[in-house]
Ligand binder design. Sequence first.
Ligand code: HEC
Length: 106
Amino acid sequence: MTRLIWLALSLVIAVPLAANDGISSRRQQELSNILVQDCGSCHGLTMRGGLGPALLPDALSGKSAEAISAVIMNGRPGSAMPPWRALLSPAEARWMADILLSGELQ
Ligand code: HEC
């Protein structure tokens, strides 16, 4: 019985962490601001495209979160897309890719 309670408790604790890769809600807010202000300066404030292509779910369909986060970390050499690895951890780039694919960015 005690084991069951521990199992239930660990699920309650583990699920929210897994859902956001352990990125604090404060850092998630900062990452959202980077998406709108920095990424948005090239991709459009609403991600509909500008100097860079649109980053809306439709435009990214068929691309994996791994591929998108790799572009965010490494940039696209020979284009205006800069690398962000100095500012973002791999988990943070992946979080951004998931947000872009889900269209949840406000
Ligand atoms: C200085 C302008 C600029 C900034 C700032 C910028 N990008 Fe880009 N981005 C581009 C350009 C230009 C491309 C297209 C590169 C090419 O020709 O393949 C691109 C491509 C991409 C792609 C690939 C899209 C696809 O369809 O394959 C992703 C994803 C992306 N950017 C995400 C981001 C994110 C996230 C940020 C902010 C962390 C960001 N970009 C900031 C200019 C920019």
